[in-house]
Design a binder for this molecule. Structure first.
Ligand code: ADP
Ligand code: MG
Length: 247
């Protein structure tokens, strides 16, 4: 989708795509007693539809804080955050929970599947929270499982699946709401090399199919699968590289 930005003054740039995610001057300050920790110090970041972006940085650099802001799990101390066209920086906890459920598909290191529920029951969960009717939930869950190559595994419980398959179920759950953004936090952190290759291959496929993916990782070889690598250092963006070029 393209729109005309009225405030765009550069000649010939009247048509620019709206970012899925736009962070402007984001600060996050934690106060612990008398000490203030500035975990994010003025982050500006645009991510457009269809981008596959890896966020990297050393321990303590602010990755988790940035992920929590991007994922609407926490609000910034100051700055502007527009997600999928909506200003979310100042929303209440309840409104943020709805935004999270509708617009973001989360994939976690620990899979976070319910062990007593079958794969399709796990996948339908975001639709259940979204109050979608039962027959539609089941069909959409089975469709999402088919999209991650697990059409035959819908009635298995997580314990009957390999680690890679469990993460595929979690990715199906992330896809089932057709979110604006897939946000993956160390998605291969608990997987062996075969399952890692499996899950990274699936993320490549989703990217090729036009999905917007933000992946947080410590591992350079995982980040290398993304088309763009954003490096965080001391609460700031220290580098932003797309396909080898620096911006
Ligand atoms: P990373 O994920 O890159 O390791 P974090 O975002 O977890 O970095 O942390 C960035 C900084 O903010 C660190 O100095 C950390 O100690 C501090 N920090 C993170 N969360 C909190 C919190 N809830 N309270 C106080 N300080 C925090
Ligand atoms: Mg962290």
């Amino acid at each position: 989708m393209t729109v005309t930005h009225p405030d765009q003054d550069a000649p010939g740039a009247s048509e620019i795509p709206i970012p899925v995610l736009q962070l402007r001057g984001i600060w996050k300050t934690y106060s612990t007693g008398s000490v203030e920790v500035h975990a994010l110090r003025g982050v500006d970041l645009d991510i457009h539809a269809g981008e596959y972006v890896a966020i990297m940085g050393p321990s303590g650099s602010g990755k988790s804080t940035l992920m929590n802001v991007i994922g609407c799990l926490d609000v910034p101390t100051s700055g502007q955050y527009v997600l999928d066209g909506e200003d979310v920086a100042r929303l209440s906890d309840n409104a943020l929970a709805d935004i999270r459920n509708e617009r973001i598909g989360f994939v976690f290191q620990q899979f976070n599947l319910l062990p007593t529920q079958t794969a399709w029951r796990n996948v339908e969960l975001p639709l259940w929270y979204g109050r979608v009717k039962a027959s539609e939930r089941k069909q959409r869950a089975l469709d999402a499982l088919a999209r991650v190559g697990l059409a035959e595994r819908g009635h298995h419980r997580p314990g009957e699946l390999s680690g890679g398959q469990q993460q595929r179920v979690a990715i199906a759950r992330a896809l089932v709401t057709d979110p604006a953004l897939i946000l993956a936090d160390e998605p291969t952190g608990n997987l062996d090399s075969v399952s890692t290759a499996d899950v990274l291959g699936l993320l490549d496929e989703l990217h090729a199919a036009g999905r917007t993916i933000v992946l947080i990782t410590h591992e350079e070889d995982v980040a290398a699968r993304a088309q763009r690598v954003v490096r965080v250092f001391d609460g700031r963006i220290a580098a932003d590289e797309t396909a080898g070029e620096l911006r």
